[in-house]
Design a protein around this ligand. Structure first.
Ligand SMILES: Cc1cc2nc3c(=O)[nH]c(=O)nc-3n(C[C@H](O)[C@H](O)[C@H](O)COP(=O)(O)OP(=O)(O)OC[C@H]3O[C@@H](n4cnc5c(N)ncnc54)[C@H](O)[C@@H]3O)c2cc1C
Length: 413
């Protein structure tokens, strides 16, 4: 970084821990720091004018039970614990939420073995699940068609944007500073001298340690700090429709397909949200920018970085058939509707209204492997959160504590 930080003698630090990113993970980390070590001076830099403007404010709003994740993984441990904590947090702070339970429905015989594997996995993760036949599916969701299903009682819904805003308030009440409209532009890290950063408006801030919770930009922030992250973000957009209010009676709660184990995405699902409306989605298509919420948004530099990354080409080669299907369902409402009708045969194209999309920050290794688990790495004076896709909103309270603990460890070294 070219800043005055280069030449001066060690200046007093402006804060102890600098958190980059005011999404749910960064704000949970800031909150956890103020709880674990009161008196620690924490500053959060968020480039947008408020919290939760990206993944945190553009998701399905589902508190995941933890059924899908490999036993022992960070995702499994943090989702199971995080779901219970999230319900409690919402109740304590008056944030809209509900423990609704959900159905995972097999619509074809070929999906039955995978449904049974999920039951095993759920039990290994300590999650109570019930097996349902077609008649029991119809009792719970009269308009959904399925051969067999599992009912997961601990799944819920909430407003993660409101959770992030509350975490920001709690952190601020405990002395943290959250700066909005503050985009990190450069980092200068020196052994034994902490981190100096410059924001795009030219301000310089010195911190004893930096935590990177920049979501869709986390790999770029790691590179600004001089680190070579083991994975890069490949942005996958998730598009949604909402059900015409006159047809909302078709869906009572949460209905998911059996996921394809080759992908960390759960498949297009039906979600009755905290506001009462029903969302259908998200699919998974490549985004042409990290914040590319539609096909028109293209950032050549960001797209170039993805296209220059061997991992992106390897995914494309390995999963082209699946990808082509997702592209078709993105470009053609008729194809999307046909896919939804497997679960909900009565739905028609006229019932579906486009609604805002989200973009997932999915970390991908050079060999094209989609990083499945949460990925948190450490470097001198720095902690990087390099993969925090779903269910990281659900798991944000335990993730925040884990990252805070590592940041406090970096201060002690
Ligand atoms: C379509 C979709 C559906 C999902 N559904 C669910 C679900 O139902 N349940 C669930 O648990 N999870 C779900 N997720 C995942 C969940 O939303 C994310 O795991 C979670 O929000 C990640 O939070 P974050 O703080 O890491 O990222 P973000 O919310 O993206 O926050 C990162 C922040 O960093 C800021 N930033 C980036 N670069 C800079 C910079 N240089 N300077 C300053 N600030 C910067 C950004 O502006 C942003 O606000 C879904 C995600 C998507 C996209």
């Amino acid at each position: 970084m070219k800043s005055s930080a280069k030449s001066t003698a060690p200046a007093p630090y402006d804060c102890d821990v600098l958190v980059i990113g005011g999404g749910i993970v960064g704000l949970s980390t800031a909150h956890a720091l103020t709880r674990a070590a009161p008196g620690t001076r924490v500053t959060v830099l968020e480039k947008e004018p408020g919290p939760a403007r990206h993944q945190t404010g553009r998701n399905s709003g589902v508190i995941h039970s933890g059924i899908y994740y490999r036993p022992g993984s960070l995702k499994a441990r943090f989702a199971v614990r995080g779901a219970a904590e999230m319900v409690k947090f919402c109740a304590e702070h008056g944030i809209p939420h509900e423990v609704t339970g959900k159905l995972i429905v097999a619509t074809e015989r070929a999906e039955l073995p995978r449904l049974h594997s999920l039951i095993q996995r759920g039990r290994q993760n300590g999650i109570p699940v019930r097996e349902l036949g077609p008649a029991q599916i119809a009792e719970r969701e009269p308009h959904v068609r399925g051969l067999a299903a599992i009912h997961v009682g601990t799944t819920g819904i909430c407003d993660f944007g409101a959770v992030a805003a509350q975490l920001a308030r709690l952190a601020e009440d405990a002395g943290a500073e959250v700066r909005y409209g503050a985009e990190l532009a450069a980092v200068d890290r020196r052994p034994g001298r902490g981190v100096a950063v410059r924001t795009s408006d030219g301000s310089v801030l010195r911190a004893r340690a930096m935590v990177n919770c920049a979501g869709l930009h986390c790999d770029a922030v790691a590179r600004l700090a001089g680190d070579d992250p083991p994975a890069r973000v490949v942005p996958f957009r998730g598009e949604y429709f909402e059900l015409d209010p006159a047809r909302e009676h078709l869906v009572r709660g949460l209905v998911y397909p059996v996921p394809d184990p080759a992908f960390p995405f759960l498949g297009v699902h039906l979600t009755r949200g905290v506001g009462g409306g029903v969302h259908i989605g998200p699919n998974a298509v490549p985004a042409l920018a990290r914040e590319g919420y539609d096909w028109r948004t293209l950032r050549p530099a960001e797209l170039g970085t993805v296209l220059a990354y061997p991992g992106a080409w390897r995914i494309a080669r390995r999963h082209w058939r699946y990808g082509a299907g997702e592209l078709r369902r993105s470009l053609s409402k008729r194809a999307f509707t046909t896919a939804v009708r497997r679960l909900l045969p009565e739905v028609t194209g006229a019932d579906l209204i486009r609604s805002p999309a989200g973009v997932r920050a999915q970390a991908v290794l050079r060999d094209g492997t989609l990083v499945d688990d949460f990925l948190i790495t450490e470097a001198p004076h720095t902690v990087h959160v390099l993969n925090a896709p779903s269910p990281a909103a659900t798991a944000s309270l335990p993730i925040g504590r884990e990252v805070a603990e590592r940041a406090l460890g970096a201060l002690a070294r």
